[in-house]
Design a protein around this ligand. Structure first.
Ligand SMILES: N[C@@H](CCC(=O)N[C@@H](CS)C(=O)NCC(=O)O)C(=O)O
Length: 121
């Protein structure tokens, strides 16, 4: 089972590499605005998880710079579990002032990024 999952994971990564979406090119002004809006966001993820790949592709498509956190690492995994509530990826950590929100579900995260880019334009 582990071997099958490992092989499938490598295939996903290879296909993602070959068919990488085009990264959006924004004006310097818009990019600076987006970088400011996203500087406190962190995406907890696994490299070869298909749902994480889906979100990373959207990040690239939207031309965003989001910090990726490897949830396979024990320390990060524990933070995700204790603060987010469950070990499920992708999960977006959103820090706004003193408030921290943990957003699960790839579709929700992609919608969040979409809305963020629209609001910055
Ligand atoms: N519906 C979720 C599916 C996420 C999902 O199943 N992620 C898997 C990794 S590919 C996971 O975190 N599994 C660990 C677990 O469920 O404990 C999404 O679209 O984000």
């Amino acid at each position: 089972m582990f071997v099958i999952r490992w092989v499938l994971g490598r295939i996903i990564l290879l296909l993602n590499f070959i068919f990488a979406p085009k990264k959006a090119q924004h004006s310097a002004e818009l990019q600076a605005k987006l970088d400011d809006l996203t500087k406190l966001l962190q995406l907890y993820q696994f490299a070869a998880c298909p749902f994480c790949v889906k979100v990373r592709r959207e990040i690239r498509r939207q031309g965003l710079n989001i910090k990726l956190v490897d949830a396979k690492l024990a320390d990060n995994r524990q933070v995700l579990e204790t603060q987010g509530g469950k070990v499920k990826v992708p999960c977006l950590r959103i820090e706004e002032g003193k408030k921290v929100t943990w957003l699960y579900e790839s579709d929700e995260i992609n919608r969040y990024f979409n809305d963020l880019v629209l609001s910055a334009k």
